[in-house]
Design a protein around this ligand. Structure first.
Ligand code: SF4
Length: 317
């Protein structure tokens, strides 16, 4: 056991050197820019990297200026289903006991009410006609039932729930990339297969092809690789909402993996993003736009961008 631990530590040190070498090839900043309230930005994440790629101006407004908006009803629903499935696995890890469907439904209901109150004290929740609150609540109950019956039996033995995984590109940096995987598992029979699992409740499911280049999977697998405990695969454990595309609730598990070259490429992407963020801050400062999204993209629209009405790249000047 000790040998295994030493081997992993050696491997982790080796991987860290890899990361440092990648970082050294790109002028990576020691620290990220400060927020407008003076607090330092101490980490990036998969979602912040995605926002950066989609629109640097949206990134500046969100992370530097702190412009926040109400979560959509779909986001709120997905988070409550996540919460409940994570509780299911945490209980299993802590006590070896499986919560009953009724216990999970009670937790879901309590958590839903508590988070509604929390969000109402902040920015509210942006429900829409296609998914009003009561319909979303009921859909969450059905999503949980589907997950328990159709998805959970295929995920393997749970090792950790929402563990904080922190990826650093070089020892001296004052920032990291943080990940909180919903679930980490290992197969319970045969050759051990280490997995990272992300639960999703979606209208449009992530396909196998999209999964192959999905940045969340890349970053989470890179973080596992760097800590010396590489995961074999990342699973998108998805519940498909009923709607115009399908009559009934559906489900699918989409696995994806990354080669060592792809993991190294992910680190290079993160290093370059940090470098570009600092370059924008240096060139334009915190108060001027940093670069607008492609105006033909779906994100740059009043429906999907919370900054659209005040953004020169959105509604205009
Ligand atoms: S309106 Fe378009 S350009 Fe402006 S922040 Fe939103 S996505 Fe970016």
């Amino acid at each position: 056991m000790l040998d295994l631990a030493n081997a992993r530590a050696d491997q982790a040190r080796h991987e860290q050197r890899d990361a440092a070498a990648i970082a050294a090839a790109i002028p990576i900043p020691i620290r990220l820019p400060a927020r407008l309230d003076g607090q330092p930005l101490t980490h990036l994440s998969a979602s912040s990297y995605s926002k950066w790629l989609a629109c640097p101006e949206a990134w500046r407004r969100h992370y530097i200026l702190g412009e926040r908006s109400a979560p959509s009803g779909a986001m709120f629903l997905g988070s409550r289903v996540d919460d409940t499935l994570c509780l299911y696995y945490q209980q299993l890890i802590d006590t070896g006991e499986t919560l009953t469907p009724t216990q999970l439904q009670d937790h879901y209901r309590d958590r839903w009410s508590a988070q509604i109150a929390y969000e109402h004290d902040r920015h509210g929740i942006s429900w829409n006609d296609a998914l009003p609150e009561q319909a979303a609540f009921n859909l969450g109950l059905r999503a949980l039932e589907t997950a328990l019956n159709r998805i959970v039996p295929h995920l393997g033995h749970p090792l950790a729930v929402q563990r904080k995984l922190e990826l650093t590109l070089a020892p001296a940096l004052e920032w990291t990339v943080q990940c909180f995987p919903d679930l980490e598992t290992t197969s319970s029979e045969g050759e051990p297969v280490q997995r990272v699992v992300d639960f999703k409740v979606k209208d449009v499911l992530i396909s196998a092809e999209q999964a192959r280049s999905d940045i969340q999977a890349s970053i989470y697998l890179a973080a596992r690789w760097l800590e010396g405990q590489p995961a074999t695969e990342f699973l998108f454990a998805q519940i498909a909402k009923p709607g115009p595309r399908r009559q009934q609730i559906g489900h699918t598990i989409v696995p994806t993996a990354r080669s060592t070259g792809q993991l190294r490429g992910t680190l290079a992407r993160l290093a370059l993003a940090a470098s570009q963020i600092n370059a924008c801050h240096h060139t334009y400062g915190p108060d001027r736009p940093w670069g607008f999204a492609d105006p033909t993209g779906w994100r740059c629209s009043p429906r999907y961008c919370p900054h659209w009405t005040t953004c020169p790249g959105g509604r205009g000047l």
